[in-house]
Design a protein around this ligand. Structure first.
Ligand code: AGP
Length: 608
């Protein structure tokens, strides 16, 4: 995620901004920049790569000034380049802006300003904010920002300075956090407390659709309609290193709890609720071919592979497309004969997984068209594919993938609905699925609200050395993903299995010391899953059910039950996935494992 740090006060601002940026490094980024104001002069410095690159550049110059804004960029629109780094400025270089979030209507605003003769330098959505504010500036920076943001659709945490207003920083928030820090020598603004925790623990949280104007000695908050707001200071008791975790003990747990937001980011600006047709701008370059596609191959590794397997069932349900899913490490060695107009879809959080990258290069040689569903903008896989869809999930720091799994299944559903609506999916069906996607974030919150209950289950069973995860159809890949989560962070042996396979072997394993996680929502496999549960209970195996909330029949049959809200069958893996993530997390926690950096594992497997 992008990071913001600003200061206006009595101290030299350069070291404060650089230190703040370093404290935000954990958020993940691919470029950084700062703008420092000294009177009517603003100096801009930006660099691709690590903060150290920016530091090298600014340390060589003597930049004086006690006010400035700084940013670490996690690219969403436009490659990680110096020109796309923040701060972005207007064409006259009077207005300087740093921004977290996504401007959904940036293209229409950009075209409107181009028609007025404005020239743009970058590929970013943020530049339109700087240009718009520059156009609207008429002496009051606060009013120019307020007026400009009223024309913007999307999310922002934004900070703005202007050459003609040398003593103030104006900030605004809609959907992307901003915190004001108060010290005895000046005022701070940050995307989170980590940016300022060295200097102050007295903060004020801006809320959505609020703005603030900060000077050396004062700050004022108002609504987006310029109505003044009074808000008292809060005291944050975090040490600096805790601030990056935002109070969570591990990044993995923080990212599990980010999922309501990351699912929102996966669908944000991508739904046409009234038409029941998603909008996926990233696949426009290949749309004419893709909409005729009747054969698709998803290639991925690990958790991304399991998300792809769920996607196979979803495409089967919603489209006329034959979908195969292949482990990238196997796919690349196969004899590949693609039917005409085959699309190969690479699923990858990092966009750098060597096996997946090699697989799509082989697919290209054999004539397939390539799509990517990737989280890291500008990564190698995104450069190899013809088009793609970004997760917009922000960096995933924990080695165990959590928020990306649910984001990937959400995006695969969007793609399936889009294609299905050009095949046999009716408007009503499309509208209903889109409504179900919009309901997901709150449903995930309901699962998260059971975390204490799930922790208690983990406490009962974390000592068991072997676990079994069972599911059918959409929940079979989920069973494998649940097993992977447990394996990779707790080091407990676990297997994910198609429940129908129990009688073909695994049932021999069942014993009182072997918990089975049975994914048994009220779907068309419900009765068959109940038979599996009976078979296990008859052999005294403990069963932990993940079932539809309020299912008393299952509750009476099993030892433990985690409840998930009702939704479409093909969306159950998202809600059950969150349950499995928490179960694995708490087992690993009770075992005292190195949860964010489990042994032998890397976040991105860039070797074969
Ligand atoms: C998942 O928890 C693992 N960290 C791992 O299996 C991961 O999903 C796999 O390496 C694929 O990574 P990618 O999505 O970045 O390609």
């Amino acid at each position: 995620m992008c990071g913001i740090v600003c200061y206006v006060g009595r101290k030299e601002v350069k070291p404060i901004l650089l230190e703040g940026l370093k404290r935000l490094e954990y958020r993940g980024y691919d470029s950084a920049g700062l703008a420092i104001q000294d009177g009517n002069r603003i100096e801009l410095h930006r660099a691709v790569g690590k903060i150290a690159e920016l530091e090298k550049e600014v340390n060589d110059v003597n930049i004086r000034g006690t006010m400035g804004i700084a940013h670490t960029r996690w690219a969403t629109h436009g490659e990680p380049t110096e020109e796309n780094a923040h701060p972005q400025r207007d064409q006259d270089e009077n207005t300087f802006v740093i921004h977290n979030g996504i401007i959904e209507n940036y293209l229409s605003l950009k075209r409107m300003m181009e028609r007025q003769g404005i020239t743009f330098r970058s590929e970013t959505d943020t530049e339109i904010l700087a240009q718009l504010i520059g156009l609207n500036f008429d002496g009051s920076l606060h009013e120019a920002v307020r007026k400009s943001l009223s024309q913007v659709e999307g999310t922002f945490g934004v900070a703005v300075i202007h050459k003609s207003t040398p003593h103030e920083i104006v900030v605004a928030r809609r959907g992307s956090p901003l915190i004001i820090g108060v010290s005895d020598h000046g005022h701070f603004v940050g995307s989170d407390i980590a940016a300022m925790v060295t200097y102050t623990n007295k903060v004020v949280h801006l809320r959505d659709n609020e703005m603030a104007r900060l000077t050396v000695d004062d700050f004022s908050i108002s609504t987006a309609q310029a109505k003044p707001i009074e808000r008292s200071l809060e005291t944050v008791e975090w040490r600096a290193e805790e601030a990056e975790l935002n109070g969570f003990p591990h990044f993995m747990l923080k990212e599990i709890y980010e999922q309501p937001e990351t699912i929102k980011n996966a669908i944000r600006g991508r739904l046409e609720p009234s038409e029941g047709v998603p909008k996926l701008g990233g696949i426009e370059p290949v749309w004419e071919k893709l909409k005729e596609c009747r054969h698709m191959v998803i290639v991925a590794c690990g958790t991304s592979y399991y998300a792809g397997c769920v996607g196979m069932y979803i495409f089967e349900k919603l489209t006329e497309i034959d979908v195969e899913v292949e482990l990238a490490s196997e796919f690349r060695y196969r004899k590949l004969n693609f039917p005409r107009n085959t699309f190969v879809v690479a699923m990858s959080q990092s966009g750098e997984t060597a096996d997946t990258l090699a697989a799509i290069k082989e697919a290209r040689r054999k004539g397939a068209s390539l799509l990517g569903i990737v989280n890291v903008v500008g990564s190698s896989i995104t450069r190899e594919t013809d088009a793609g869809i970004y997760n917009h999930a922000g960096p995933e720091i924990g080695v165990a993938s959590t928020k990306i799994f649910t984001s990937q299944v959400t995006i695969l559903t969007l793609l399936a609905v889009l294609l299905g609506r050009h095949q046999k999916l009716s408007l009503t069906e499309g509208v209903e699925i889109i409504r179900a996607l919009q309901a997901l974030p709150n449903q995930v919150k309901k699962v998260l609200s059971q975390s204490n209950h799930i922790q208690a289950i983990a406490e009962k069973y974390y000592g068991c050395g072997n676990w079994l995860f069972l599911g059918r159809k959409y929940n079979y890949p989920l069973a494998m993903e649940g097993a992977l989560k447990l394996k990779e962070i707790s080091y407990i042996h676990a297997e994910g299995y198609a429940a129908g396979e129990m009688k073909h072997g695994p049932i021999a394993l069942i014993n009182p010391k072997m918990p089975t996680v049975a994914v048994v929502p009220k779907d068309d496999m419900y009765e068959k899953m109940i038979s599996n549960i009976h078979e296990i209970k008859a052999r005294k195996g403990p069963v932990i059910a993940i079932a539809t909330q309020g299912d008393d029949k299952i509750k009476a049959m099993v030892d433990e039950m985690v409840e998930i809200p009702p939704t479409f069958d093909f969306l159950n893996p998202i809600l059950a996935g969150v349950s499995c993530q928490l179960l694995a997390y708490y087992c690993a926690s009770f075992l005292g494992r190195e949860i964010d950096k489990p042994r032998n594992l890397a976040k991105s497997v860039t070797v074969e």
